[in-house]
Design a protein around this ligand. Sequence first.
Ligand code: PRX
Length: 572
Amino acid sequence: MKVELIPATQGEHHLHNYEEIAAAFDWAEVEKEFSWYETGKVNMAHEAIDRHAESDRKNKVALYYKDQNRHESYTFYEMKRMTNRAANLLKAHSELEKGDRMFIFMPRSPELYFAMFGALKMGLIVGPLFEAFMEGAIYDRLDDSDAKAIITTPELLPRIPHDRLPNLKTIFLVGENIEEDGKFVDFTKHLNGSSDQFDIEWLDKEDGLVLHYTSGSTGKPKGVLHAQYAMVQQYQTAKWVLDLQEQDIYWCTADPGWVTGTAYGVFAPWLTGTTTVILGGRFSPEGWYKAIEDFGVTVWYSAPTAFRMLMGAGDALVKEFDLSTLRHVLSVGEPLNPEVVRWGVQVFDKRIHDTWWMTETGAQTICNYPSMAIKPGSMGKPVPGIKVAIVDDQGKELPPNQMGNLAIEKGWPSMMRQIWNNPSKYESYFLNDQWYVSGDSAYMDEEGYFWFQGRVDDVIMTSGERVGPFEVESKLLEHPAVAEAGVIGKPDPVRGEIIKAFVALNEGYEPSDELIQDIQQFVKKGLAAHAAPKEIEFKDKLPKTRSGKIMRRVLKAWELDLPTGDLSTMED
Ligand code: PRX
């Protein structure tokens, strides 16, 4: 078979020669880029904001923010002042202390980032939440992490069940005419009145940074804790993978509720002192192309679902905008179809660089680099200094072209440090104390390129969002009509996968379109819109193991007309 190859991009790149750099690379060298290398005092907010504010980058724009109503920009110096104010405010109006968890649950806005970095300046661990989350999803996360505070808006407040969360002592509100008492604090009002001087809380490099909840195939979502030290890999990949240069205008389209929106929405670009665009509001092809034109975006990081939607909007639309500033385009979150890569070359005259990583890896892990040829459909090669391999279930490395578990050798800089409250779950990720097993299956070709094959478990990737079937099934079971539920990802040309639920009904309920809608609404309200099944099919009975576990593999085989495989564990 002839392998399609898109040649390397010409020009000066930080990673000028992959093989040479990968052959001898030591992460300890990167530590020297940070002020804590000399001082021993660590704080992400200092490295990402304050140190630029105290340098030649003082008056350089750090943040361009735009939504329907607002169009603002902040220099690094202004970001330093605003985040200092936020830190003073958080401190003055709460009992929060270093290491406490503060959650962020609000639409994108400059205030979100003031609060996030203000909290980091106080030494808090930040827990970002998707704006789409509903009460059940919020309760689980705040309860598990024993959150002490949250920042939100009056519109979203009704979704926070604070009466059931006794340790949630403070709720900061961004909005107008907030009625304050000991618990509710008007963030907007106090922000302007707070001092813009703040003594940052110095931390150890192993202290907590962010807590991202993510889904597995079983159990509730788990809290993946990253340490301050993650900045080492985030910084270096900002150079090697994002290829950020001093003059770049960088736009990452990811929501901050997702690890991409923190690690590469703000940390990586700001660690390198890069101007960053944040676009609020909803996706629209016109709005997105316009943002590239208006801001003169040079480096653009998005996701396959978005690229496929842009593709669907037609090539003629692309020509209505001046996208000539684009220099480097990247993708993450799901398999990037070769067709999309070809489309990128055709319409933008740019290669779309696939990157693979996970919430648990904390930063990019397998990537395509500007100086390396792209094989469309491949995730690329491991970030230098990180060992990735395909291993069997015993942890033995497999030779090229054999499919197996995609695994990473323990100890890369941005590796998660804990599963919150669940040390045994954390341990369960590691095989022979050597390999972190990702849950993805893949193979490596003779030239060292990695090819994604699928998830080993049942986790669903819909529009780039990771949804655990168990969480959706549990919610479905709370609906009075539902007796049994099994949830799978069904392949979809635009969204990667959509959520499909198989449901057996309780006595007295009959299948109907109204019932389907009612169940969909129920999940939407209880969990999140993106977690609601797009398709529901009623069955008299679902395939189960003798121990009562729903056999999703069988459901999937039914759906895709595939052989059902071994049914020996299925109940009669
Ligand atoms: O299955 C892989 C898929 O997304 C999973 C991780 O999801 P999450 O923790 O939400 O993080 C997403 C972005 C950091 C992986 O186990 N995935 C991510 N990137 C790719 C991918 N699948 C194929 N190709 C990718 N480039």
